[in-house]
Design a binder for this molecule. Structure first.
Ligand code: NAP
Length: 295
């Protein structure tokens, strides 16, 4: 039995389709099973929450492999970014060790480090450390920015494109190697199929798409694909931070973007290895413009 967290997300939904097609027995740890859509009848469901580590124990019963994708870029009513990404992973790793799990697969992020300016990437570094220091055989996957057509970012930009100019938090100069969620899911499937090799028991792969783009270029490609190219209006970071913090204070979890999310777009997420790690897993990541259909 494989336990999948984050099955309703960009990568998780793409991975779940592949796992059920391959008839892998899957249990999904979810907050709301309805968000699994049609797949919910093909899997076992464990109700749980990253903010509720005791829920992990039931979910792990009889599980040999964990794929831990669930994460949150923003604080939630029941847990902070640090609790949901750092501490929850640490507690899941501990529970997995107790449950006799054989392989723990964790999705970190390029740029995760204890010294990163963002709370999210510092929490991911803590989570990676918990996975590495466990006794579990593990695979860590660290992607650059992950996208899927119709995801939150492309949808938000589509809405903003109804305006005559599209606001950009900061200057959008940080660089990324955007990778399609389906390509990440293919890499995860390959990592799950990898035979156990006692010489190279653990694996850490960096997943990057074929092109290096600044955030500003990514926005332009998304707007082009939506058929609404627009001039961009850089908003100085101090103003963006104050505006987004105020929006979050007023709208709470309904805020379309938080400062913690916007700040992540100031931090480069690139790998010198480019697409090499994905290719070693047999995956040739596609270009952002091609997947979104920007011409
Ligand atoms: N997207 C990127 O640019 C990017 C870049 C680098 C690394 N990553 C990492 O790659 C992994 C997959 O990313 P993604 O883009 O597919 O994520 P995503 O689309 O944002 O999905 C997040 C998933 O986590 C679940 N989740 C959030 N809070 C939860 C909670 N309190 N309890 C249980 N589940 C919770 C969500 O479930 P609900 O349906 O309940 O909300 C959803 O299934 C994550 O670990 C992410 O940090 C992503």
């Amino acid at each position: 039995m494989l336990l999948l967290t984050g099955a309703t997300g960009r990568v998780g939904s793409a991975l779940l389709r592949r796992l059920t097609t391959a008839r892998v027995p899957v249990r999904c740890l979810v907050r709301d099973p309805r968000r699994l859509g049609a797949e919910r009848v093909r899997v076992q469901i464990a109700l749980g929450d990253l903010a509720d580590p005791p829920s992990f124990r039931n979910a792990l019963r009889g599980v040999t492999t964990v794929v831990h994708l669930a994460a949150s870029l923003r604080d939630q009513p029941r847990g902070s970014i640090e609790e949901l990404n750092g501490i929850a992973t640490w507690r899941l790793v501990e529970a997995a060790e107790r449950a006799g799990v054989e392989h723990f697969v964790f999705t970190s992020a390029l740029g995760a480090s204890a010294h990163n300016r963002t709370r999210f990437l510092r929490a991911k570094a803590l989570a990676e450390q918990a996975v590495v220091e466990s006794g579990l055989r593990h695979t860590i996957v660290a992607p650059s920015i992950v996208y899927a057509p119709g995801d939150k970012l492309t949808t938000l930009l589509g809405h903003l494109a109804l305006l005559p100019v599209v606001p950009l938090s900061g200057r959008g100069r940080a660089h990324f190697q955007p990778i399609w969620a389906d390509d990440v899911a293919d890499c995860l499937m390959a990592a799950l199929d990898r035979p156990v090799d006692p010489e190279h028991r653990d694996l850490r792969v960096e997943l990057a798409g074929p092109d290096v783009h600044s955030y500003e270029e990514i926005v332009r490609i998304v707007l082009q694909a939506a058929g609404r190219p627009r001039p961009l209006l850089p908003v100085p970071l101090g103003i963006a931070a104050r505006g987004l913090r105020l929006t979050e204070a007023l709208m709470k979890s309904a805020a379309p973007v938080t400062w913690d999310e916007a700040e992540l777009l100031e931090v480069p997420m690139t790998s010198r290895r480019g697409t090499a790690d994905a290719e070693r897993l047999g995956v040739a990541p596609k270009r952002l413009a091609a997947v979104l259909g920007a011409t």
